[in-house]
Design a protein around this ligand. Sequence first.
Ligand SMILES: [Fe+2]
Ligand SMILES: [Fe+2]
Length: 149
Amino acid sequence: MTKQELIDLLNEDLKHEFHHMHSYLHASTLVTGLHRHEIAELLLEEAKSELEHCHQFAQLIVHLGGTPVTSGHPIDELKSVTWKTHPINILEDAMAMEDVVAARYSERLRQTEGHENPETSYVHVFYEEQIADSWKTAREFQLMLKKHA
Ligand SMILES: [Fe+2]
Ligand SMILES: [Fe+2]
């Protein structure tokens, strides 16, 4: 893969990372119910973790000689985490969002597995770390949502 192709892929994913950050930030303010404080804190932590991802993607794009995008897909546009307020609905949407991300990064791993040059190898390793984070987050939400008999 050429540097420009890598930069384009990373910028597309950076837009999604901005979207995730905004979604968690937004949901953390809207959540209602008896466990509001605890869930709001968890969602704010996730927003901070997404901010860190945004920084990681943007820094890598700069390292590759590109220019990072500065904003993401609007929340309303993708409808991954919508304007819900019930913790269960928020966590269900968040789990679905993280699983979509994990699937996208799985595709990125396939796209970069040729290791044609050091840049492609580095981006491959980068996506390995990103997929680990999204997949684990989705599984944590899944455990929170698990119903006990
Ligand atoms: Fe992320
Ligand atoms: Fe995430």
